[in-house]
Design a protein around this ligand. Structure first.
Ligand code: HEC
Length: 141
């Protein structure tokens, strides 16, 4: 891949991240309040994790799982089974961490859920898990 192509991909990813910013702050209303007042979120707070996780999600997951994390990304129709509706997932945080790091195939699921463990840092994966938990809309049983 050429340097130009890489630069362009990076620019596209940033644009996506910017487009998703309003979504990320909707998921974390208190984060919005805090930043509106110019306050810095404590690095280890849940709100900071949700915010960072939303950015990681926008960069790496939107194409398949969709802006709304409902499994309807632009590439979703290429895959069978379809990318999961992450808002309605019944999986726990530990499972999220495992399938994100190791990918679908290692978990007995579709190979088209890629493994991210080599690409994302532990902090990025943890933030993704916090983000996915924050947008989960599945009614508690
Ligand atoms: C190339 C498409 C693709 C990308 C990109 C992708 N996924 Fe997936 N993902 C899938 C598919 C397909 C499944 C469904 C696997 C199955 O049902 O066997 C899935 C399943 C999952 C699941 C399991 C949910 C459940 O309820 O079982 C989680 C969690 C998940 N993805 C998170 C992510 C995250 C976080 C990212 C970004 C870091 C991501 N995915 C990027 C295709 C993708």
């Amino acid at each position: 891949m050429t340097i130009d192509a890489l630069r362009c991909m990076r620019a596209a990813a940033l644009t996506l991240a910017c487009a998703l910013l309003p979504l990320a702050s909707e998921a974390a209303p208190s984060a919005t309040d805090a930043s509106a007042q110019g306050a810095l979120l404590p690095r280890d707070s849940r709100d900071a994790g949700i915010f960072r996780g939303g950015l990681v999600y926008a960069n790496y997951c939107v194409t398949c799982h969709g802006f709304n994390a409902d499994g309807n990304g632009r590439a979703a129709r290429l895959y069978n089974p379809r990318p999961a509706n992450l808002r309605m997932s019944d999986k726990n945080d530990a499972y999220f961490g495992l399938i994100i790091r190791q990918g679908g195939e290692a978990m007995g699921r579709s190979q088209f859920m890629p493994p991210w463990g080599a690409e994302l840092t532990d902090e990025q994966v943890n933030d993704l898990v916090i983000y996915l938990r924050s947008i989960n809309a599945r009614p508690k049983e």
